[in-house]
Structures are given as C-alpha cells and as structure tokens.
Design a protein around this ligand. Structure first.
Ligand code: ZN
Length: 510
C-alpha cells in the first residue's frame, strides 16, 4: 500500500502546459499524457486499448527479458503519431502489420509513427518486440522491476507496467490481458487471473495467465521465481490461486496463515461490498526485500515483511477491499486516491469490529485524538493530497475517519447501502470523489457538501463542534460526527497496531 512514486508533477507546471490532452484535436500526434495533473506523462492521448497480449521469455540467472506485446486499440482522433509508456529497449514496432518508426523520448515514452496515418474511430493492432534487463533500467534512480534471488517481480503504484510491457499506463484505460511467460523448467511464472495452461519443452516451461475482466495497467503484475502454487475454490465456487516463494524462511508460516484465508475473507467482504467483481482471487508472496503490499487485480502482491511479526489478516482484508474499491471501480484521476485507500482502510476497521478488537467509531476517535492540531498529519487533504503525499497516512486514516463521519451522518442502514451500491453501480469503471459525493447524497437524500469539504478538503484539524457535520439520526440533535468528547483520551483499540503495520512497513533502500 505504501509505494514508491517515480514520476511526480512536482517537476513543474510547464510540463503540465505542454501535455494538455489532444483528444479534441483534429489530428496530428497523440498527447504524451492522458491529462492527469499529478502525473502529466501518465497514459497517452488519442486511443483506447481493449486488450493486451503479452508473450515473454525470462532467464532469472541473467535478468534477460524478451517480449512481444500485441495491443488492440481504437483511435479516438486522427493520428499521425501516438505514444506508449515504456522504458525497455525496443527492437521492432508494427502498426496494422506494417513496420512503424519509433523513438524513445522523455522519461518513459515510446513514440510511434505508423507508416500510414490512422483515422479516428478505427481499430489498430500494435505489435512491439523488445528485449532488455529490466532490473538494470532505472528512471530517477529507481527500477520498478524487483530482482529476487530466483527471479523478478513487477508490482508497484502508480507505475510498474513500463518495466515489463508497453501500455497506455493510466487507470482510465482498462483492458483484458493474456500473459504468457516462458521460464526455465523448475521456475514458475505468476500473473493476474487464472492459469489457463502450462507446458514444458526443451528445458523451458510456458505459463499462460488470463484476466478476462477490465484491468488497469498498474494492477497488472508479473512474478517469476520458484513458487509453491496452490489452487482451490471458495464455498461459493470462486477459484482461488495462492503462491508462496519456496524461500520465505521464518515468514513462511505466517504468510500462509494469512493469505490462505483469502477465500473466507473475500466472502466476508462481499457481505459489505456486494458480489465479487472478478473471476478469481488470490495472492502471492515472493522473496522480495520490499515492505509493501499491493492490490494487483485478483492476484495480490504481499511483501514477506508484512508477515514478519506473525500472521496479518488486516493486510489481506485491505488488499481484498481494493478489488471493489480501486480495481473494479478505479480512480478517474490519481487525486481521487481516497476512493481507494480510505475505503480499504475502513474495511480494516470493519474487520476490527468483526473481530471484537475495536469498533470503527473507536478507531476514528483514536485517530482524531492521536494527532494534535499542529501535527502535519492534518495538513494533508485526503481528497487532494498532491502527488508527493498520495500515500500519506492521512489519506488512509483521516480518509477512514471521513467515512465514519459519513456513516454517522446518514445512519447505518443508508451507509451500508451506499457502501454496497457504489461498487455495483460503477463496476469496471472509473469515478471521482465528487461523483461519490453525489451518489451518497442521492441515496441518503441529504446534502453532504460540508461534510466532504471538512473531512477531505481542508488542510487543518476539523473542530468537532464547528465542523458542521450532521448528527447521526440515532444520536441526539447536535451530536458530533465522532464520539470524541473534549478532554477524554480514548484507549488504543486492540487492532490499532496491526492495522498501522500494514502501511508502516517501509520499503528498504528508499
Ligand atoms: Zn491500499
């Protein structure tokens, strides 16, 4: 959940001015960015991708990756040129079967000039052949390809795709995926969705993975190494795929005792969020030295460090919650990150309630009382934290307090209707915070502008008495959003430390 940011808009406003999306333009080159102010070069203009077919060969001993990506897209404007986001070395590009000119530009742009211009609204097939050592390719001193003793892993936010396949790397352009990976016999390859085939020949084994539901590029993952892969189904029939590096050492038992509860926990979350949106679920624990976990779609990435203090169901609940809040319903812009992290943190609070380790209200009170008004915690606006604070603690904890304030304002029955209805109404799409507010207002019949402004869009500690937060219907008139009363110091809920651990395990080396 706490991930390395590699490209930020802090580089300056000039980049912003130069990358206004050209989607409305009459033709010419597609924009180098999709128009996200946090990451001006993320994604590209001029087309939408529907499918990625990625065929790879990887040699763990040398970190040599060879690939052929076939991308199916449709143009949204006349195009003389367009970009993909990619950092590896390219050997050849074909557009609709014809050789195309290409050049690496900027930090991570692959600029492609087709032999013939592309008309707006036409289907396009792009083939990119490439070869490189992804662990050696750095941008800003950073490689998203995590080398392990027996292979490598791609799992990062907001960017990791450019280190293993060329793409339109923004959450608003989702696509289905086929990922086929050739590795030496005895090594396994893991990606999203279901393992649909596995075959060996001449010392190499091919693994075919398929993601049949729309998936954002940053939620695509690849892991190569020596894994123990397990398959099962939930009582409801949902396939479960889990995988553990054979080299987890002392963390092995705690990792399995946590991740093997995936089926049970996904069923439990369905009670709050509605029908599970995808065709499989699972998680994998590679032998990386990073500390974070990431909600890679249907195949969740967990660093072993998440289990270095024993089993941790809180992190599993968090990443599973993202399958609804983040993966199925994705941010419209990266500034909408509260729609992912606030709700995934709140799911951990619901799990704490369920486990009798502290109610969501007690956790909200504890967050509120733990940070004095002059603490920098309150200077981050969860509703627009800025690229440098996108994964700040406030996005999670103050973000979850905001959700508790909403619960108190609309009452439990309406609140849980919103919690379940939103991912159903917005399934497989993208959404913004104002759209969520409008939805909550529609379902509750209450104006919520002041509540959202107070808890998400102010850079100071909201005063409970003057926050203007509507009282819970069940509480007396004038009751505050939170149970916190002046001067009282709430006890630390039992679940507090475990929940904090899920985002306090920092990356090593950063
Ligand atoms: Zn998260």
């Amino acid at each position: 959940m706490r991930k390395r940011l590699i490209v930020s808009a802090a580089a300056g406003a000039l980049a912003l001015l130069l990358t206004v999306p050209a989607s409305a333009a009459q033709g010419g080159p597609g924009a180098a960015g999709i128009g996200d102010t946090y990451y001006p070069n993320a994604g590209n203009g001029g087309y939408n991708v529907s499918h990625y077919d990625i065929r790879l060969k990887y040699q763990p001993a040398t970190d040599d990756l060879e690939g052929t990506a076939t991308i199916l897209a449709t143009t949204t404007q006349d195009l003389t040129r367009f970009n993909l986001d990619f950092v590896l070395g390219v050997k050849e590009v074909l557009v609709n079967g014809r050789a195309a000119a290409f050049a690496a530009t900027g930090e991570s742009e692959l600029e492609i000039t087709p032999a013939r211009p592309l008309a707006k609204g036409s289907p396009v097939t792009v083939v990119v052949r490439y070869a490189d050592k992804p662990g050696a390719v750095e941008r800003g001193g950073f490689s998203a390809w995590l080398r392990t003793p027996d292979g490598g892993v791609a799992a990062n936010e907001p960017e990791s795709a450019p280190w293993w396949f060329p793409s339109n790397d923004h959450p608003t352009d989702k696509a289905t995926f086929d990922v086929s990976v050739l590795v030496p016999d005895g090594t396994q390859a893991i990606s999203n969705g279901l393992l649909t085939g596995q075959s060996s020949r001449a010392g190499w084994t091919r693994y075919n993975w398929r993601q049949t539901k729309p998936q954002a590029t940053y939620l695509a993952t690849l892991a190569i190494g020596k894994f123990d892969i397990r398959t099962d189904t939930t009582p409801g029939g949902l396939p479960v795929v889990t995988a553990y590096s054979k080299d987890l050492g002392a963390n092995d038992g705690a990792a399995r005792a946590s991740v093997e509860r995936t089926g049970e926990l996904v069923d439990w979350l369905s009670g709050y969020f509605g029908a599970y949106p995808f065709d499989s679920i699972g998680g994998y624990v590679p032998n990386v030295t990073t500390g974070y976990a990431l909600e890679t779609q249907t195949q969740i990435f967990y660093s072993p460090a998440q289990f270095s203090r024993g089993s941790n169901t809180a992190v599993v609940v968090h990443e599973l919650a993202h399958q609804w809040y983040g993966d199925s319903v994705s941010v419209q812009r990266w500034s909408d990150i509260w729609l992912n992290e606030g709700f995934a943190r709140y799911a951990q609070w619901l799990w704490s309630e369920h486990e009798d380790e502290g109610t969501a209200q007690e956790l909200a009170d504890y967050v509120y009382s733990s940070y004095p008004a002059d603490n920098a915690f309150w200077s981050v606006k969860p509703g627009d934290p800025g690229p440098d604070h996108q994964f700040a603690g406030a996005v999670y904890d103050r973000g979850a307090v905001a959700i508790q304030a909403l619960r108190n304002a609309v009452g439990d029955e309406t609140f849980f209707r919103i919690l379940k209805g939103w991912p159903t109404e917005r399934r497989y799409g993208n959404a913004s915070i104002p759209q969520f507010q409008a939805y909550a207002e529609r379902i509750s019949g209450k104006p919520l502008g002041e509540l959202f402004h107070t808890w998400l869009f102010t850079d100071s500690k909201p005063a409970l008495s003057s926050a203007g937060v509507p009282a819970a219907p069940s509480a007396g008139a004038g009751a505050p959003a939170l149970a916190q009363t002046a001067g009282a110091q709430p006890r630390e809920p039992k679940s507090w430390k475990k929940i904090q651990e899920t985002n306090s395990v920092h990356d090593q080396g950063h």
